[in-house]
Structure formats: C-alpha cells, structure tokens
Design a binder for this molecule. Structure first.
Ligand code: BG6
Length: 475
C-alpha cells in the first residue's frame, strides 16, 4: 500500500483485549494494518487476560473487518493476524504474574533474535491503571530490552482522569514509571483524516489564513452528534458523562486545532506548545441571568432505565460556550456540543465568517470526510433572488483509496514514536482546569438537566448563541 511507514519491530501488549474498545476499534485497526502490510511481520500482539483464552477465541468474537465493504474477513489476513497474536494470562494485581511476563517477553525476543519495542496499551478504565503501571515499573518492564536496543511506551485512553485532582494524581503516578516522552495519551479524533488536515489547510490557503481571527470569524462550533446510546457501558458512562467523555478531550482538541496560533514549524513540540497556550487562554463565560456557566446539558429519555438508576444525573448531551482571553479571538463565540442517541452521526467543525448570513466553512470529520463552504450567489434567470450554495471537497470523490481509520493511524504513530497526535500532560491539565467550574456547579445543582427524546435533535441550544438561526440541524 501507499507510503508504508518504516517501523521497528515491536510487541504490542493489550490490557483489556476482551473489552469493547479492543473489539470495535483496536483489533479491526490491526486487521487492516496486517492486511495492507503496514506492520513489520516480526510485530507481536499480546493480549492480556485474567483467564485462559486462546488467540483464535479472541479473533472469532471480534468484527475484525468492519471496514470491508461486504463485511466478510479475508481468511488469509485472519490467518496472518492469528500468527502474530498471542495471549498471556495475568492478574493485574499479582506481582508474580509480571515476573512471569517479563520472562515471557525476554524469551519472545530471544526466539525472534531481535529486540522488540514494547508498547503497553491500557484499554481499560483509568481507575485500573495505577496497579498495572506500578508493577510494570517494579519489574523493569518500563525500560529497554536486555540488549538495550528497544524502547518501552505506555498508551492510555481518555478520559485522562475525572477532574483536576484525579488527573494530576494520574499524571504524577504515571511519571514515576513512564516519562512524559514514553507516555502516549490517545485522542483518536485527532487522527481522523480531516482533523489532521486542519493546520495545513489553515496555513496554505491565504484566502482563509488572512481572515482567521475574531474580526472575521463570529463563531466556531465543534459538534459531535452520535446516533448510538451508551451501548451497555453503564458503569463507565454513569461516572463519565458527555462532558468528560467527548467535550473535555475530543472536542476541545478539535477546537484547538481550529483556533490555536500556527507555529512556524509544525513539529510535535511546537504544535503542543501552541495548543497548550490556546487552551490556557480559554475561559467559561457566565450566563448573564444566572451567573452559572453558559451551557445546556441533557439526558435522553430511556437513559435512567438503561442504567437502572432512576436518580441518575449523568448528562448524555452537553453544549457549552467558551471565550478566549487572546485578543485574536476575544470577540468570537466558541462552542462545543455533543450528544448521544440523537438523530444522526455527524462530527463537524463549523466556522462562521460574518454575523449576518455568514459564510459557513465546515470541516466534516465524519461521515463523508471533507471540507465545504456556503456561498451566496444570485439565482439564474430574471429575478434577483439570492441563494445559498455549497462548494464542496469530499475525500471519497477526490481520492480513490479509502482513508485509514483513526485507530490505524494512532497505532502506527505510537509504534514509530511520533507524538504529534497525542495529548500532553500540560494540555490535559489545562483542559480540566478550564472545565472544572462546570463540574463543580453540577455537584451543587442538578435542576438544569433537560430531557430529550431518543433519536431527536437534542435539547434547544439557541439561547447559547447571539447569532440567529444557530440550531443543531443547521449543520
Ligand atoms: C469515544 C467515546 O472516545 O468516542 C465514545 O468514549 C464515543 O462514547 C466514541 O461513542 C465515538 O468515536 P467515533 O470515532 O465512533 O466517532
């Protein structure tokens, strides 16, 4: 396949291989990487589980080829991934198991005659990270191989903590074992094709870059609507909610790419520094009437029953307004909206040029990845009517090859140690500091939780914007 990256042979150790994320995202991504020969054949995938499980059992229960048009897996690819996959029985709390595991990894390398870079992927809830990270450290699994030629990396999934305090704790505990440069905090939205394009698009299109500030842009709205509900993730979602699940990470990261200052060099360090500066400049404006953060939160009708908790206050929908202290953005409305069990699956960034009848530029993250803009034209004929039309770029129309799934990109970048798409500790802490006041307010008041019907457009959010006609359906 095109531009195959050069990768060191590695061992990818997946904690939580029987969980939802591995099933729906990680293993299908690995299937594709194997299919397109993007992983060196010496790469090993080791699934960790508490009970004895055979590799083929795992492969059988997973929809490996979800991106294949007919949905039927290529048996040859399944055979190849089966050869690369092994399972290891380990109780995360039992130190002896880690001693055995170290021995197992050493033998694996001996057999391969190679040093393998070690990637530990924690596809488990953040509350379960600590004992694993600690024991990996205690047993020297955070270091190099016996011949000092390999690296060790830790891959973790968001949410990185639950609030300022827990995030700080998590970062401090992790740093005792894995340095910041060894830690890869996954935000798979950054690896989506259009998201990766944003900075380049902004830099290389002078027609837009010369207008990219609050004098021209009245509003930026990042939207992630989902059709699915919580899909059985009751425990996780009850503790998490939409703000922590998507807004604090995915949406804030997308907003940062859209409005941060573009550094001279697009190196990982410079991009992260600019993103951190952007997030640090944000604040939550207060509602002029109530004095509370300007936000609408909602819960879909069947939620309480689904989680079997008639008193649940967990939000499945959140729309909130942000402002920036940066003079470049002081006058622009910044808004993040996400919800589950809505009428459609759609992730997009909307950039409004002008106040009245704005030209809306859309970065369509999914589905139908692409970029379009509304333009006003005079209709043909003898009338002088104006009409809004769309100028559209669509990846699927322009390029014949399919775009890669975000998790394929995440895995490749983690293996090659490219940190650009992974959140830094500074960004994570700045985003928790920014949103903590909403969490605090919700602790004391739950009267603002609005009910919305499953499959609907969600609660009315028009009061959050000074612009006319800003509704979710205007996407
Ligand atoms: C995850 C969230 O990070 O992203 C899920 O935890 C959400 O709740 C998922 O459904 C959406 O990802 P995607 O790539 O399907 O839009």
């Amino acid at each position: 396949m095109e531009n195959a990256p050069k990768l060191n042979p590695s061992v990818l150790v997946i904690f939580g291989i029987t969980g939802d994320l591995a099933k729906h995202k990680i293993l299908p991504a690995l299937y594709n990487l194997v299919k397109y020969n993007l992983l060196p054949p010496a790469t090993k995938i080791i699934g960790i589980s508490r009970r004895e499980v055979k590799p083929m059992e795992i492969l059988k229960t997973v929809d490996l080829c979800v991106y294949e048009k007919e949905g039927s897996c290529d048996p040859e690819v399944v055979r190849r991934i089966g050869e690369q996959l092994d399972m290891f029985k380990l109780d995360p709390l039992n130190n002896d198991d880690y001693v055995r595991f170290k021995d197992y990894l050493d033998r694996l390398e001996e057999r391969a005659g190679l040093c393998l870079d070690r990637l530990y992927y924690l596809s488990i809830p953040p509350q379960a990270y600590h004992p694993i990270i600690e024991k990996l450290g205690l047993n020297g699994l955070n270091g190099t191989c016996r011949h000092h030629r390999a690296t060790a990396k830790l891959l973790v999934e968001k949410p990185f903590g639950f609030d300022v305090e827990s995030a700080q704790q998590l970062i401090e505990n992790t740093e005792k074992v894995f340095s910041e440069s060894q830690t890869f905090r996954i935000d798979h939205y950054l690896a989506k094709e259009t998201a990766q394009n944003i900075l380049k698009f902004r830099r290389h299109n002078p027609v837009f870059s010369s207008q990219w500030d609050c004098r021209h842009i009245s509003r930026i709205h990042v939207i992630a609507k989902e059709k699915i509900g919580i899909e059985g993730r009751v425990r996780f979602y009850e503790q998490t909610g939409a703000l922590r699940d998507l807004a604090q990470s995915h949406l804030l990261q997308l907003l940062s790419l859209t409005a941060m200052n573009i550094p001279t060099e697009l190196t990982s360090d410079e991009v992260h520094a600019a993103k951190h500066a952007f997030i640090s400049n944000l604040y939550l404006p207060s509602d002029s009437k109530s004095g509370h953060p300007l936000a609408v939160r909602g819960q879909y009708t069947s939620y309480k029953q689904e989680v079997n908790n008639p008193h649940s206050n967990t939000e499945t929908f959140i729309s909130l307004v942000l402002r920036s202290k940066d003079p470049n953005w002081s006058n622009t409305e910044l808004q993040l909206t996400t919800g589950k069990s809505l009428n459609e699956k759609l992730t997009a960034i909307l950039v409004y040029f002008g106040d009245k009848d704005p030209n809306v530029l859309r970065f369509r993250i999914q589905p139908d990845e692409g970029i379009d803009i509304d333009l006003m034209i005079e209709e043909p004929g003898f009338t002088h009517n104006l009409r809004k039309v769309k100028m559209n770029f669509s990846y699927s129309e322009y390029y014949e090859t399919d775009t890669h799934d975000a998790y394929e990109r995440v895995l490749i970048d983690a293996i090659r140690g490219d940190r650009l798409l992974f959140a830094t500790r500074e960004e994570v802490m700045a985003s928790w500091h920014l949103l903590q006041p909403i969490l605090d307010y919700w602790q004391t008041d739950s009267n603002d939780l609005v009910n919305y019907h499953n499959g609907s457009e969600g609660p009315d959010i028009s009061r959050l914007s000074r612009l006319d006609s800003v509704k979710l359906e205007s996407v």
